[in-house]
Structures are given as C-alpha cells and as structure tokens.
Design a protein around this ligand. Structure first.
Ligand SMILES: [Zn+2]
Ligand SMILES: [Zn+2]
Length: 256
C-alpha cells in the first residue's frame, strides 16, 4: 500500500498544506489541500474520498476539486463518511449557498454529477476500490472518524482529529498486519486546556493514548501539528524518547 502525504499541517501557512493523504493514487483521505498539491491529472485519478469529519481544514478542497473535475470526470467520485459527516457536507457545505451541490449538477460537458455521497456504517468492513475500510468513531468537537484501511497484507490506521479516545485503540490492539498508525498532535503541553476544550491531543496525552494502543513495534506517524507551535510540539515529542514516533512530512511517500 502506498501512502502519500499531500498535506499534514494542522493549520495553513505558505508551504504548509492542510490534511490530505493519498492511498495508492486513487483513494483520498480528507481534502484539506488536494487541489493545492495535485495536478488536474492527479485529481482525475481520485475515485474515492474518505472524510474523517466536516471541519473546513479537512474538506476545504472538496469544493475546488469538484469544480475542477466538472466536464473531466469519467465517473462520479465517491465521497464516504459517517452518516453525520455526509449529512453535514450536504447541509453546511454543498448546500447551493456556500457552494453548489455537486451531487446534483450536470450540464453540457458532464452527464452525471461529479460527486456521489455515501454513508459508511460504523465498525463494519466495507470494500472501497481495492482496499477494505472500517470506520470507527473517535472523540472530537464534531463527529470524527478513524479508518482502518487494509488489503491482504497490510493495514493502515488513520485516526482523524481526536481527543482521548478508547474504542479505536482496543480494535487496533488486535488488528492483524497493522503497519502504521497516523494520529494527530495539535497543541503543545502548555496549551492542554485549549486542547481539551477543542478535543485535540498534546504530546503528553498522545503518550497516554499510545499506552492504550500497545503494539510497541508499530510506527506512530504524528500529524496535524499547528504551524505556530510546530517547533515546540516537536521538541516535546522528542522528550517522550519513544523511538517509534515519527513526525509525518509533507510530500513523503511511504510504502507500508
Ligand atoms: Zn477538526
Ligand atoms: Zn483539523
């Protein structure tokens, strides 16, 4: 499984892109920055999009991607999320006010809608493209999701924005072929209060979450650092002296 980091920043400044990850070139996880990074050709290869939650930093470029693909789309791009996530995309984003409803629009050069929305069941494996995806609810200000993404040989666990959580770690403890866990750390330890209120992790709370996970040989790929605190968070992560923790880098491609 090829995992490419298009953007992994918890905020946007020049050169640091918002959350977007590409699996095997055609499965997108979140759409914070896909149109800022991928060429039109690259965008045309996307067949499925998994949305962790409806915060703008994770869905922003679904708008610009739908616009770009209109007239250049051989089949609708399937957008998958928990029922509340899909309902939120419809009601608050693709609502014909903030942005046109690209699940309905067709026209001269485009005979079917560019986007097709699908509810994902919780905790149940569903085939999507050439992988199987299991959505598990995590704990954020709005409904947010972790995805187990697996093929015959490898499993990637991608955890969306979350504060401390339980179920996904219990499931990951016994998951076969777990190759990597992507998890956020948004704030430094001194901002624990704001992290708690906004349901994000700090390095000290990440350490506790990793104890719940166990699996000491599985790499932990840390993401969603807020750019204004990046150096401070990295210094605190290093102090944990946990050799399996790696900070994800924008642009890197990992073969899992
Ligand atoms: Zn969020
Ligand atoms: Zn976020």
């Amino acid at each position: 499984m090829q995992f490419r980091v298009l953007g992994c920043s918890g905020g946007q400044i020049p050169g640091q892109h918002l959350s977007s990850y590409l699996v095997n070139g055609s499965l997108l996880i979140d759409a914070g920055s896909v149109t800022a990074v991928l060429s039109l050709k690259g965008q045309q290869k996307i067949r499925n999009v998994l949305v962790t939650h409806v915060h703008l930093d994770h869905v922003l470029s679904l708008a610009t991607m739908a616009d770009n693909l209109f007239g250049f789309c051989q089949a609708a791009v399937n957008v998958w999320g928990l029922q509340e996530v899909i309902a939120g995309l419809h009601a608050s984003f693709f609502n014909d006010t903030l942005w046109p409803d690209f699940t309905r629009i067709t026209g001269d050069s485009q005979s079917w809608p560019v986007l097709s929305f699908h509810n994902l069941p919780e905790d149940e494996p569903i085939p999507i493209g050439n992988v199987t995806v299991t959505a598990v609810r995590v704990h954020h200000l709005v409904p947010s999701t972790a995805f187990f993404i697996e093929n015959d040989k490898e499993t990637l666990l991608h955890v969306g924005d979350t504060g401390p959580t339980e179920k996904v770690w219990a499931m990951a403890r016994r998951r076969k072929n777990l190759r990597a866990v992507v998890v956020e750390t948004s704030f430094p330890n001194r901002l624990q209060n704001i992290a708690d209120i906004s349901r994000h992790l700090t390095p000290q709370v990440l350490a506790k979450e990793l104890e719940k996970l166990g699996r000491p040989s599985v790499p932990i790929l840390v993401t969603h650092l807020k750019p204004q605190f990046r150096q401070e968070i990295i210094a605190e992560l290093k102090k944990l002296k946990n050799p399996r923790i790696k900070i994800l880098k924008q642009g890197e491609s990992l073969a899992l």
